[in-house]
Design a protein around this ligand. Sequence first.
Ligand code: SF4
Length: 296
Amino acid sequence: MSSENNVVSFSGGKDSTALLLMMLEKGIPVHSAVFFDTGWEFPLMCEHIDRLEKYTGLKIQRVKPKTPFPVLMMEREIVSREVRVEKIGPAPPPQELDYDDGDDFRFDYECWELDPFEYKKTKIGEVYRIGYGWPSPLRRWCTREKVGAIDAYIKRIESAVSCIGYAADEAHRTQKKTLQKKAAAGFKYRFPLIEWGVDEAAALSICKSHGFDWGGLYEHFHRVSCFCCPLQRIGDLRTLRRHYPLLWETMLEWDERITLNPGKHNGFKDHVTVRDFEARFAEEDRFLKLPLAVNE
Ligand code: SF4
């Protein structure tokens, strides 16, 4: 790692923090550390990044989306690039009175019985929804923005080598098709934690040994990313609601706005809305508070 410009892809989490600390400790030159600021970070994560900058003396380069994520998610007009036909809801049954001929009505009625839904057709160039809505495994528009912004930053640096903090116990992540495609297109990568055999647990210990504890975030979560990420586990959502109620409130507000927007919405996670989760968790809390039945 000598003649090239090492750029640390910094997420703020334990692995990339350990990577940065170890590179500095080993005297490996670091050109810069780049962090994509989604605006959806835990406030404790933002505090951690500020602390790390002071501790290392290294300015972490923050890149931001061109358009703030809440605007993309809830306000942007999304224009159709193809003719789209979307089911918009149940269609009323055909009215017999509208027909002179009983046979026609029967035909319409049979068609309606086979497919009792109404459809909306959108032409190319027409707005078909407002806001991308919550990201999902098939529509990770947030990741697309993030990768695009970080790639643009790295491309500006001569002989850049992107140093990624995948831990030794997640080496499979290096096989991602997107990474392989970009490597074929000339991007250079290095995975120093894997080279050094540092797994996730060791990465966290290294950070703690330097006094970083993220204000307890890792006591609540195994992985820390955007607080409102729909790809997180349901258990993490429950934890978020319990320990970070203000962030949960924000998610509830956004969820409502998304649902009220025109266009098709797939909910927050597998067609379940944040408000559905709220009802479920509140019911769980209520159940836990019930007095235990005592057999006398
Ligand atoms: S953590 Fe989730 S919400 Fe944040 S950028 Fe990644 S996929 Fe999107």
